[in-house]
Design a protein around this ligand. Structure first.
Ligand code: FAD
Length: 402
């Protein structure tokens, strides 16, 4: 089946307007704060989001009903790449992780009442949220089945106890979507449930910011303790014991949107390196005329184009109701590694300037590295990709690969 890659004229127009907004409004703010959103603070987030609303580029992924622009996955691929051209772009458009993935999950799984209470303000940028799944060892990580946080029945609701870490955006979030075990034991494949926990509950405690290589995701990466947190029955998101299935509803598209945003940064790194290579003269010629630099420029271009192709394939499958498990895993693994290569080569082409704080390249390098770990480490995806291929071999050919 053929895939149409050219975006609709309306999507192309939105992508152009997003690119102009990021260039003219967002990048100056990003440069002012050296790409570190925490240095900017919430007032800057609110100001940038108002500017995005005024420019008509706000919340491209959210349905019209909740104030967004209603883009499907293929259209998001085009627009998010433009938003991702700046570390502050996704925040400005309200399509940054983890809020963007949470909005997608709530749109698909929440009750009408939950949507009004949790999705509407999140989509409007009035509040932020977090997604609390990962736990310190021996709990949930690459293997979600190790989930150890417990939710036990109490009259009228549930009591949640457990410890989470690397919870992006937890500091300042209005609520967490918390994965807890409602049946079975750590190691069991089922038995997880998602809960909407208000951060105003004093028994949900953000106990520390974990110091990390990256600093551009708003609200930091936090350790969070649920210490006898009692929530009512209507805090259950979806059905009890179906949390792992809902996690896939969130993660399938969320992996792709992370790829789209980081592809924007890879392109920006390439732009910076090419401008420098065209300008800088070495050994009697422009740097860009030297063969080994040309190879780096070409390899960057190939990595960017190949990532884009894989992302759009997976998006097409998602838009057509497929799970895109294989296509998504391949796109995620390749893109996470490709954007690292692109930024690393771009640093190399810029020499000492590349690793200095004078160019944002060194910041980009720090920001893209963790992407090979979150949303599934490369090794977990390769393992799953290979298992599907072998299973296809054993059970007969499947043309979809999904
Ligand atoms: C910057 C950042 C932000 C994050 N934000 C969030 C968040 O908002 N919410 C949340 O819940 N979590 C978040 N996480 C956690 C993230 O989802 C986990 O780090 C990830 O799932 C890996 O789990 P782990 O760190 O426990 O590593 P482990 O599960 O301990 O894995 C360690 C290593 O084992 C290797 N490995 C894994 N599987 C295989 C395999 N099948 N074969 C061979 N080797 C393998 C990989 O190299 C992997 O890196 C974030 C992480 C980072 C770094």
């Amino acid at each position: 089946m053929s895939i149409e890659l050219a975006p609709d004229p309306e999507v192309a127009d939105l992508a152009e307007r997003t690119a102009a907004f990021v260039r003219d409004v967002v990048i100056p703010v990003e440069e002012e704060y050296a790409g570190v959103t925490a240095r900017a603070g919430d007032a800057v987030r609110v100001r940038l989001q108002q500017a995005a609303k005024d420019a008509g580029v706000f919340a491209p992924h959210v349905s019209l009903e909740y104030g967004g622009l209603g883009l499907d996955m293929r259209a998001r691929a085009v627009v998010f790449e433009e938003a991702g051209h700046s570390l502050f772009g996704p925040l400005a458009l309200n399509c940054a992780a983890p809020d963007e993935g949470n909005m997608h999950l709530l749109e698909h799984v929440a009750t009408p009442e939950q949507k009004e209470r949790y999705l509407r303000p999140l989509a409007a940028g009035t509040v932020r949220s977090c997604f609390a799944m990962t736990e310190p060892a021996p709990g949930a990580g690459s293997d979600p089945a190790a989930l150890s946080t417990r939710a036990r029945r109490v009259p009228g609701g549930w009591r949640i106890d457990g410890r989470k870490w690397f919870i992006t955006g937890a500091d300042g979030a209005a609520y967490a979507i918390c994965m807890a075990r409602t049946s079975g034991e750590p190691g069991d494949r089922g038995g997880a449930t998602m809960f909407l926990v208000d951060a105003s509950d004093p028994r949900m405690k953000v106990i520390r910011h974990i110091e990390t290589l990256d600093e551009s995701l708003f609200g930091g990466h936090c350790e969070v303790v649920f210490d006898g947190c009692v929530v009512p029955d209507d805090a259950v998101l979806g059905e009890v014991d179906k949390g792992f299935a809902y996690a896939q509803v969130r993660l399938g598209p969320a992996r792709m949107t992370h790829c789209m945003r980081w592809l924007g940064i890879a392109r920006r790194a390439q732009d910076i390196a090419v401008a420098r290579a065209a300008d800088r003269r070495l050994f009697g010629s422009p740097l860009a005329a030297l063969g080994m630099v040309q190879q780096m420029i070409a390899d960057n271009e190939i990595d960017i184009a190949a990532s884009r192709g894989l992302i759009r394939q997976a998006c097409w499958e998602l838009d057509n109701g497929r799970s895109a498990a294989q296509a998504g895993a391949m796109a995620k693994t390749f893109t996470a590694e490709a954007v690292w290569r692109v930024v690393d080569r771009s640093v190399q082409m810029c020499g000492a300037l590349g690793i200095s704080g004078d160019a944002l390249l060194s910041r980009f390098l720090r920001e893209v590295r963790p992407f090979r770990i979150y949303d599934g480490p490369s090794e977990t995806h390769r393992w799953a990709i290979a298992r599907r291929v072998v299973s296809r071999h054993l059970n007969g050919p499947s043309r979809s690969g999904a």
